[in-house]
Design a protein around this ligand. Sequence first.
Ligand code: F3S
Ligand code: F3S
Length: 109
Amino acid sequence: TYVITDACIDVMDKACLPACPVDCIYEGGRTLYIHPDECIDCGLCETVCPVAAIHADDRLPAELTPWLAVNREFFGPEVTRWGSPGGSDARHRTEQDHPVVAGWPARNK
Ligand code: F3S
Ligand code: F3S
């Protein structure tokens, strides 16, 4: 899977959304999340993100490995309980965030 990391927080450029052929990128309040079971590893999202927030899980720098769990847990009982919706749509958009993101210091814009 591919993983969205802290560089997306409060930036949310969203260039990645139309790039994903399976719509497995979902919008939260302060960042977006990739569904680890729906991502087909096409890698297009990584090429379009202007702040390089997206990485393949097997190429994650060591300090970013916690983001693997953040992306996965967003869909589980820890946050949205969405499970695997099979693609983002209007019903799967929320202001909720994973606790790690919710507690992240505000980015100066
Ligand atoms: Fe975030 Fe980059 Fe997508 S900033 S919304 S991961 S294009
Ligand atoms: Fe979509 Fe990126 Fe995976 S474009 S299929 S989330 S690698």
